[in-house]
Design a protein around this ligand. Structure first.
Ligand SMILES: [Zn+2]
Length: 429
């Protein structure tokens, strides 16, 4: 790491006002090596890498300890400094801030892996550069009351909810067909607004036994592998969720856009690695979830489900509207998973109480609640990226893009093709 010392962002008195961005390339290269080195200590850390093999070879050869990684990260962070210089190109400014912020998160994760413990909110800020909101039980109880009105009956709310959900499950034999129709619709609706790279595609696989429900493994070259877990029956809602979130305009499009705009066109190697436990994940999960509303704004989603997916799955289209209302009522309860994760990881409740809380606030059956707990144990404060990320991306796109969908798509497309992080979404003073 000695050669890092040769880099400098210091501006001398006679230098032009805007600094030279080229030293960022050397920092970026070292950042990639350090991220790949983290992957040797944390199997989930490197979510995707399609950069030069030579950098992986360096990481493999050096086999850095966590202490050495932390020292390397600190060196790079010191080079970048705490203040982002005013580059001539605002993209360089964002790039500098991206590297500095991602490095800060990497140092936090390295200290976690070395045994340092933090409370949930501190971890969320350290890894994802965002502060999750707190809601009290009364807030979630009021959301449950609203849901209660939508599914009348004498049984408990959980029983009524489960009985209703049983009516919208896709028969196993139809899952692949329904998914493929949903994917084609999400792709067409995305392509109407965003140019997609030539030859882009994703492959779909089904499997069981994972802690997640679906995963996009970006391969590089505008190709993704999307895996779907079939441990539990799949509700018809999941078709659009999966197609938009994992595919279009979600993870697949985000990764392909970063690759084309930043890695291929600008040569920014740092975007060829995607560290999962990093602020970039808030943008990834947030844009993937908000992407559902981008592709299917307003009533469009419910209409498509009612007219296409329900009949295809052999379900009764007459309950599509009720299903959509239930889905909307459940959306706010996604924050209950954050609350349960916080209490469980902070040691305020044990695993039995955590499963019981998921059954109560997410109306999950015991086996599904246990699976949620496995997810929380593996991914910890990552859970905030789905709902807080969605809300932050929505506020950003709607504030900057206004009410017109065409403007929202422009802003959303720019977000997907930029190194924007959570700190870039807030209004600038
Ligand atoms: Zn995701």
């Amino acid at each position: 790491m000695r050669r890092l010392l040769l880099l400098s962002f210091a501006m001398s008195a006679c230098a032009p006002a805007a600094p030279d961005p080229s030293p960022l390339d050397a920092v970026a290269t070292q950042y990639v090596v350090l991220a790949l080195s983290m992957g040797q200590h944390d199997a989930n850390y490197v979510d995707a890498y399609y950069g030069p093999d030579s950098l992986r070879a360096i990481a493999d050869r050096d086999a850095l300890s966590l202490e050495a990684i932390t020292a390397g990260v600190d060196s790079l962070s010191a080079i970048l400094g705490d203040v982002v210089p005013a580059y001539a190109d605002s993209m360089d400014q964002m790039r500098h801030r991206y590297l500095r912020t991602q490095l800060g998160s990497m140092a936090f994760r390295a200290r976690m892996l070395a045994g340092e413990q933090s409370r949930f909110d501190v971890e969320a800020r350290g890894l994802y550069d965002a502060t999750p909101p707190h809601f009290d039980d009364a807030h979630f109880d009021s959301l449950l009351s609203a849901l209660d009105q939508l599914i009348p009956g004498d049984a408990s709310l959980a029983e009524r909810y489960q009985a209703f959900r049983a009516r919208v499950m896709i028969p196993a034999a139809q899952v692949d067909t329904v998914f493929k129709v949903a994917i084609a619709a999400c792709r067409a609706r995305t392509m109407a607004h965003l140019p997609l790279p030539e030859g882009e595609r994703f492959d779909l696989e089904y499997l069981t036994g994972t802690s997640w429900n679906a995963y996009n493994w970006y391969q590089g070259g505008s190709v993704s592998l999307i895996q779907v877990n079939l441990d539990f029956p799949i509700a018809v809602d999941r078709a659009i969720d999966l197609a938009c979130h994992e595919g279009y305009p979600g993870h697949h499009v985000y990764n392909a856009s970063l690759e084309r705009a930043l890695v291929d066109e600008r040569g920014w190697v740092e975007l060829s690695v995607y560290p999962l436990f990093s602020p970039q994940s808030l943008i990834a999960e947030g844009s993937a979830n908000y992407g559902i509303e981008m592709a299917f704004p307003g009533e469009a989603r419910t209409a498509f489900e009612r007219d296409s997916l329900f009949p295809l799955a052999g379900l009764d289209p007459a309950i599509a509207e009720q299903n959509a209302a239930v889905r909307e009522a459940m959306a706010g309860l996604n924050y209950a998973r954050n609350m349960v994760a916080r209490r469980y990881l902070d040691g305020e409740i044990d695993s039995t109480a955590a499963v019981a809380a998921m059954e109560h606030y997410w109306l999950q059956e015991p086996a599904a609640a246990a699976k949620t707990l496995r997810f929380i144990e593996t991914y910890r404060s990552y859970v905030i990226n789905y709902n807080l990320g969605r809300d932050m991306v929505a506020q950003y796109v709607e504030r900057v893009g206004g009410a017109e969908m065409s403007e929202r798509w422009r802003v959303f497309g720019e977000l997907l093709a930029s190194p924007r992080l959570p700190g870039d979404l807030a209004p600038r003073p």
